[in-house]
Design a binder for this molecule. Sequence first.
Ligand SMILES: C[S@@+](CC[C@H](N)C(=O)[O-])C[C@H]1O[C@@H](n2cnc3c(N)ncnc32)[C@H](O)[C@@H]1O
Length: 444
Amino acid sequence: MTAPGGLSAPLADVLALSAQVWASVAAGQSLDRSLATRLPSGPSQLRAAVQDVSYGAVRRRALCERVIAELAARPPAADVRALLAVALAQLLAGRHAPHTVVDQAVAAARSHHATTRAAGFINAVLRNFLRQQPALVDRLQQLDEVRYNAPGWWIDAMRAAHPKQWRAVLESQQRAPALVVRVNRRRITVDDYLVRLAAEGVAATRVGQSAVWLHQPVPVARIPGFADGDVSVQDAGAQLAAEWLGVADGMRVLDACAAPGGKTAHLTELATLELTALEADAERARRIQENLDRIGATALIRVADGRTPAKWWDRRPFDRILLDAPCTASGIVSRHPDIPWLRREADVAHLATVQHELLEALWPLLGVGGRLLYVVCSVFPQEGSEQIARFIGRHPEAVPGPLPGGMPVRQLLPATGPAKAWDDLRSEPTLHDGFFYARLDKSR
Ligand SMILES: C[S@@+](CC[C@H](N)C(=O)[O-])C[C@H]1O[C@@H](n2cnc3c(N)ncnc32)[C@H](O)[C@@H]1O
């Protein structure tokens, strides 16, 4: 029996591996890191199938956990719970005949020491679930935690942050993420790229200045022009960072939190710069080089902490600073459904402190007349509007905005589609993740 999407990896193997991924995510590891450490690198059918099943399971995490809590007489051991969860998620996905999923989950249980004795229990819970579905699912879907697949504190924080739109934000984050590429305007115009896509039979819509949404997701390597560096995968809201930084040839620019280098690469496409890409995490910093190599661009990559510039700054002021600060990532949950589960409530305040420290440390590096663009992929005000209001209060020389559209700061709530076509009169894309932007100009 094969895995989802007609891929030929055996489903029992896929379920067993996906259960390992689930267990490590439940223990606090990110989904992408867990997949990377458990799967052989490079594209393979097994990899694609495990990724698909694991993402699907995390997208239904709250529902699967509630089902297990209702149907298991006692809380199962972690390995058994994980296998049950991914099997339940596959039953909910409806891609296989139910009896196939049950049989393959039992086979997966038998193939591993930690779960072999629970094979009968797994069989019983899954069959019991099939008897009670869909009434059980309908009832559990009434719970906000299940409907929005997030812990209670996260839902409360969203409600407090956006009293009118919190449901829309949480709902939009349940949808599959859009595949959006950034057209490298040094190499090809957006119009010409759209013509190329049409010629190759790829349905697409322009959704931003350089942003094109490909209606059907495809593996990155199969995106027309990706291998040659004509396009890069990047959300249209993220593309605003390089656009709104306002760079011109010859400027000295700091990309202060740069890995994996999506915005660094975009900056090199917009102007010829003296560009420093700073990143605290050495492993992540390697990906900046990979991204630049693919598009044939260069930057000075430095592995250092932005909060301690005395250790790395050469005392020549920057004309532009992009501070794409570490954050809760509450704006990109549709791409990373594990985020609400990995974060703890205290992380919001902790990350706001790191952002504050980065702002304070980097602001002195900006020359008079220069611009700092502060970005977070978050929709929580502690990391956005409140952070910047406090900074402006402490720094009268920091003049906010304006950003395109006229406002000094912009909170983009996720807009996951269906997308309207973009036109030049728009100041923001028609399809994007959640971001906060603030422009700060240095007056003296
Ligand atoms: C939101 S991500 C940046 C994404 C990147 N700008 C892009 O577009 O590809 C934030 C990055 O900041 C890095 N970071 C966190 N704390 C830092 C610090 N104190 N100094 C420099 N980089 C830091 C993280 O390791 C992470 O790679």
